[in-house]
Design a protein. Structure first.
Length: 305
């Protein structure tokens, strides 16, 4: 059975495809463009790489529907770019705002006045020699100059020193093109060709994999059968209900088993036991001193392995 809350979140996340695929001249886009343009042009917010919503509190200023779209997109890994060994091209393409790598006390930077001045990428504040641009050059770019000294100080000191070292080794003024792609968990999707793949089903599979409801039978197994620190329970539940994606009906059946969503089950050839979904014949394998009836009377729900 589907997880309704996760399905709803997947539907919100799939709205990103519709927004990014549409022509900006479409009349229905007027409202989302108005609200989401607060974070930059052309839905720039879907390219932000912040760690969590709490680290980006500016979302509170937009309507709930669009906030849910952004939150769902982020929950599914949207905007996440994982570059273990970045080169100078990767670094020049890094967006300054909403970037978990350029943050203070876990909160990403976001200066709307700088975005309106078209200062978006690191490339916009790095010269051809790989150094930060000088203040006079920056002042020429900024349209709104209030408090610019303090903001420039924050940006310059929060850029990782490792990045600065890599950038200093370059001698090129690189033209950024990264926004032709959307990134989900480090995987690139072309805005022109790949967005059809970003359906609600695609996001549902990502979101459901990251969530797990621990079954009520787990404490009983641990307590009655002394299985503490023997089984990796999370791995077992994930394998039974999430990662087994070849057959959705089998996944749903296993989910019902471990959450005791059935009322009866067949224990023996002619014996039906209530309050248990399925019983493993542990006694027949000579690894349990309890009888099947004793296990059932104790209220334990056993999994089929």
């Amino acid at each position: 059975m589907p997880d309704i809350s996760t399905l709803q979140e997947a539907l919100y996340a799939s709205w990103v495809r519709r927004l990014c695929q549409s022509n900006n001249k479409a009349s229905w886009l007027a409202i989302p463009l108005y609200w989401l343009s607060h974070f930059g042009p052309d839905f720039l917010i879907f390219h932000f790489n912040y760690k969590n919503v709490a680290a980006f509190p500016f979302l509170e200023n937009i309507p709930l529907f669009y906030r849910n779209i952004v939150i769902a997109w982020h929950s599914a890994g949207g905007g996440c770019i994982n570059i273990p060994k970045p080169n100078h091209f990767d670094l020049r393409n890094q967006i300054i705002w909403g970037n978990c790598n350029i943050s203070f006390r876990g909160k990403s930077l976001f200066y709307p006045k700088w975005i309106r001045s078209k200062i978006i990428y690191l490339n916009d504040i790095i010269d051809e020699n790989g150094y930060l641009i000088d203040p006079p050059t920056l002042l020429q770019k900024l349209q709104y100059k209030s408090n610019w000294i303090a903001e420039w100080y924050d940006i310059s000191r929060l850029i990782p020193n490792e990045w600065k070292s890599i950038l200093k080794d370059t001698r090129i003024d690189y033209l950024c093109t990264k926004r032709k792609y959307l990134y989900i968990n480090g995987k690139a999707f072309s805005v022109e060709n790949d967005l059809e793949r970003l359906s609600s089903k695609y996001f549902y599979e990502i979101l459901i994999t990251n969530r797990l409801t621990r079954p009520i039978c787990e404490p009983a197994w641990n307590g009655q059968l002394k299985l503490f620190n023997i089984f990796q329970w999370r791995s077992i539940w994930m394998n039974q209900t999430v990662l087994l994606s070849l057959n959705r009906k089998l996944v749903e059946f296993n989910f019902k088993i471990i959450h005791r969503m059935g009322s009866t089950c067949v224990v023996g050839e002619s014996q039906t036991v209530t309050n248990a979904v399925y019983v493993i014949y542990l006694t027949r394998m000579n690894i349990c001193s309890f009888t099947v009836e004793e296990l059932v009377r104790s209220g334990i729900t056993l999994l089929s392995l």
